[in-house]
Design a protein around this ligand. Structure first.
Ligand code: APR
Length: 246
C-alpha cells in the first residue's frame, strides 16, 4: 500500500492522535461484526433486539445466554495484525487515544494502553440493580446469576441500545477528539451515535481524518484520506511506511 507522501509526512510529525475502532478491526480475529448475520441458534435474532434493557427485562436468561455465547467466541479470539499495529502506533505517537466501540478487549490484549471502551467490555459482569461488579458467578443459575451483594440479576458490562455511554469515558473521548491533530476511523460502519459523530468533531477542530474500512461508509466522502481494505493489512503497511516497524 502506498500512502500519499503528504500523509506520511504528517504522521511522522504528529504529536496527538485519536483512533475510533469498530467491529471491523476484530473481523480478522474471527469475530463477527455487529451487522454480520448471526449464526446457529442466534440466527433468528437481530442483535439490536437482544442488546437492549427491554430485552433483558423481558427475558434475562435469553440475553444472558446470548452474551455467554458471544463471550465464549471472544475467549478463543486473538488480536490480529491490525490490533498490534495500533499498539505500535501508540508507542510512536506521544499523545494517543484509542476509542473503541468493541467490547472484546482485544486492543488491550494486543498491548494498547490508553483504550477508551465506549460500549463496555463483554468479559466484565455487573449487577443490574446495585451496579456491583462480579468477579465470579454461578453459570448454572436458573435465570441469570444473582448479585452476591443484593441478589439482583447480573448482566454484562456493555452498553445496550438506548443506554447512556459511561460518562467519564465519553468525556475523555471527546477531549481526545478535540485535541487530536489526526483522527483515524477504522473498521466501523459509522452508523451508531455518538461514536459516528467523533470524526466530524475532530475535523471541526482542525484534525486530518483518515478512514480505513472494508467498504465506504457515510464518513468516506468527508474523510481526508480513505483506505479501502482490511485493517489487518492496511494498518501494518501504514505503520511500516511511516515509522518503519510492524
Ligand atoms: N477491516 C476493516 N473493516 C472491516 C473489516 C476488516 N477486516 N471487516 C469488516 N469491516 C467493516 C465493515 O465493512 C463495516 O463497515 O467494519 C464495519 C463494521 O461495522 P458494524 O458491523 O456496524 O460494526 P460497528 O461499526 O462497530 O458497530 C457500531 O453498533 O451495533 C452497535 O454497539 C454496537 O459497537 C457496535 C456499534
Amino acid at each position: 500500500m502506498d500512502a500519499p507522501a503528504e500523509l506520511i509526512a504528517i504522521l511522522r510529525k504528529v504529536e496527538r492522535a485519536a483512533v475510533l475502532t469498530g467491529a471491523g478491526v476484530s473481523q480478522e480475529s474471527g469475530l463477527r461484526t455487529f451487522r454480520d448475520s448471526q449464526e446457529g441458534l442466534w440466527a433468528k435474532y437481530e442483535p439490536t433486539d437482544l442488546a437492549t434493557p427491554e430485552a433483558f427485562a423481558r427475558d434475562p436468561k435469553l440475553v444472558w445466554d446470548w452474551y455467554a455465547w458471544r463471550s465464549e467466541a471472544i475467549k478463543g479470539a486473538r488480536p490480529n495484525r491490525g490490533h498490534y499495529a495500533l499498539a505500535e502506533m501508540e508507542a510512536a505517537i506521544p499523545n494517543f487515544s484509542l476509542i473503541t466501540q468493541n467490547v472484546d478487549g482485544l486492543h488491550r490484549f494486543a498491548g494498547s494502553r490508553n483504550v477508551l471502551e465506549l460500549h463496555g467490555n463483554i468479559q466484565r459482569v455487573r449487577c443490574s440493580v446495585c451496579g456491583e461488579f462480579a468477579e465470579n458467578w454461578d453459570e448454572e443459575a436458573e435465570v441469570t446469576p444473582a448479585c452476591s451483594k443484593c441478589g439482583g440479576l447480573l448482566r454484562p458490562h456493555v452498553v445496550w441500545f438506548g443506554e447512556p455511554l459511561p460518562e467519564a469515558i465519553l468525556t475523555a473521548a471527546l477531549v481526545a477528539v478535540k485535541e487530536c491533530q489526526v483522527f483515524f476511523s477504522i473498521g466501523t460502519s459509522g452508523v451508531v451515535q455518538p461514536a459516528a459523530s467523533l470524526a466530524r468533531a475532530a475535523q471541526t477542530h482542525g484534525a486530518i481524518v483518515v478512514e480505513i474500512n472494508a467498504e465506504s461508509t457515510p464518513l468516506t466522502l468527508q474523510a481526508d484520506y480513505f483506505f479501502q481494505g482490511k485493517s489487518g493489512e492496511v494498518l501494518p503497511d501504514l505503520v511500516k511506511e511511516v515509522w518503519g516497524k510492524a
